[in-house]
Design a protein around this ligand. Structure first.
Ligand SMILES: *Cc1c(COP(=O)(O)O)cnc(C)c1O
Length: 501
């Protein structure tokens, strides 16, 4: 299996090259040129295996340069029980909400309590092996600009991984108290964290500039190093996410919830950069019986409009919401979907992306819109509705969900009411622990927040609801702060070089 580029269908690279390189030289993304197919018998077989074997089997179909044994080794390391508490890394929690046939897929049992661990625990293994397989003998320097969850998940994934170093920049006043603490106490011999005096855009712009700065690149090369990215444009981050959709269906088979071969499910995903829901689309194309993919957005509802009208328009106000990991106006992984829906018409896709870059807007043709509308149902809700949903889920179902998951639950309700489909078993993807967003969740459940300290809020929420606090969050309180450095945004390149000394 080879990978092609979304902006130049003639370009072909191997799987290891796609992962080592991350992004194509022309700015396009790598996509598999064909997809493996799974039958109901395959799913029955997978349903008897533990998560790590499901992962090795599915990933092996996409990575011909890796053996299944090698991938099982990677999966065993990535999803080790000391990293993911409580049995399966991606457990399905059964919740029948009123008349709705709903299951919650909890993807936040990893070291940083957000779903990004599912991919960022695996990526370092895939990346370091891909570099070896493509004959690149250099230390990979991972540079990350983060607005919250990605930075911590990348730090945990790459910490003490041989042949890598990781540097994370975050905006000094742009992350939550818990997120800042998570990064400042980061352990590991190959990690560094620096705040910047600026906002997230400044951090992101600074990192992009360093990536392409020839002088910095040269200094790195002289020391046997090269830059690499842990961003969700890398295929090595998307692939591990396909696995948990199969795994959820297998668990439904195993527990007898699937009544007959081929019975379809809906999947509801709280969406930002379109990576997670794109993985669900791939699973559907590979034969997983999926009826509708429901795309849930917050007030930054650019995707809702696009999936309904075919017009993508980022020229709109940016809203800072209580589900910050979904506060995105340019969803980069959408480009991969458009490539597949146009049967690999890379010229058309490149045209849309050019238009997005130049005017902030593009409009797809009627055939592509028809395909989008057949596959996806899209909706959004604001902060007020998000809090109401957290409140209602807790009061009526005794289930505590975070601010991102609540958006998905709310939009699923809208989908069922709008389409009349409340019977299809529906997997709602839960992307973060409620304790990562304790202030908003506490306010939603109790109506007010009395404590000003983040750990007191966690305690208050846990005392009130009885929902267990994840170990990694409890452990943060007693860890020593290691990184308090901050720098002006103009000095980021110098900071990178000095941190690499
Ligand atoms: C990153 C993130 C999302 C959005 O996922 P995408 O793959 O970017 O669509 C949703 N919820 C949480 C908690 C996240 O960290």
């Amino acid at each position: 299996m080879k990978y092609c580029c979304t902006r130049n269908a003639a370009e072909r690279v191997s799987a290891a090259q796609a992962i080592a390189q991350g992004i194509s030289a022309d700015g396009g993304l790598f996509v598999p040129e064909s997809l493996p197919r799974y039958t109901h018998e395959d799913l029955m077989e997978l349903s008897l295996c533990p998560y790590t074997e499901r992962a090795a089997r599915i990933m092996a179909d996409f990575l011909p340069e890796f053996s299944r044994e090698e991938l099982l080794e990677c999966a065993n390391a990535a999803y080790a029980p000391e990293k993911f508490s409580g049995g399966s890394p991606a457990p399905l929690s059964l919740e029948q909400k009123g008349s709705l046939n709903m299951y919650v897929l909890e993807l936040w049992h990893g070291p940083t309590c957000a779903f990004k661990d599912m991919a960022l625990q695996m990526l370092p293994h895939l990346l370091t092996r891909s570099l070896k397989k493509t004959g690149i003998d250099k230390t990979a320097v991972i540079l990350v600009a983060t607005s919250g969850d990605t930075g911590k998940a990348a730090l945990e994934g790459f910490r003490d991984v041989d042949g890598t170093k990781i540097l994370v920049f975050y905006p000094e006043n742009g992350v939550s108290a818990m997120q800042k603490r998570q990064m400042q106490v980061q352990e590991g011999g190959n990690v560094a964290v620096c705040a910047i005096e600026g906002n997230f855009d400044d951090a992101q712009t600074g990192v992009k500039r360093i990536f392409t700065d020839p002088a910095v690149k040269e200094r790195l090369a002289a020391r046997g190093m090269m830059f690499s990215s842990a961003n969700s444009i890398n295929w090595g981050r998307l692939l591990p996410q396909i696995v948990y959709y199969f795994s959820a269906y297998c668990d439904l088979i195993r527990t007898g919830e699937i009544d007959y071969p081929g019975e379809k499910i809906n999947v509801v995903v709280p969406t930002g950069n379109f990576g997670n829901i794109l993985a669900a689309y791939y699973a559907r194309e590979m034969g997983l019986p999926v009826n509708r993919l429901v795309c849930a957005s917050n007030e930054n509802n650019v995707l809702t409009d696009f999936l309904r009208t075919g017009v993508y328009d980022r020229n709109r106000p940016f809203h800072a919401t209580i589900s910050p990991s979904m506060d995105i106006l340019v969803s980069s992984n959408l480009e991969r979907l458009l490539y597949h829906l146009t049967d690999g018409d890379s010229a058309r896709v490149a045209g849309w992306m050019r238009s997005l870059g130049e005017t902030g807007r593009y409009e797809v043709d009627p055939q592509t819109l028809a395909k989008l509308r057949e596959l996806f149902w899209a909706g959004w809700c604001g902060d007020k509705e998000t809090k109401q949903t957290i409140h209602e889920m807790y009061r009526t179902e005794n289930y505590l969900c975070d601010t991102h998951t609540a958006v998905a639950v709310n939009v699923y309700g809208q989908y069922a009411a709008g389409t009349g489909d409340s019977a299809t078993p529906t997997v709602v993807v839960s992307t973060a622990s409620p304790y990562k967003f304790a202030a908003s969740v506490l306010e939603a459940v109790a109506g007010e927040v009395s404590s000003s300290d983040e750990f007191s809020r966690v305690e208050e929420l846990s005392a009130l609801t009885g929902a267990p606090v994840p170990q990694p969050i409890l452990a943060l309180r007693d860890k020593a702060v290691r990184f308090t450095q901050s720098c002006p945004k103009e000095q980021m390149a110098g900071t990178v070089l000095s941190l690499l000394e």
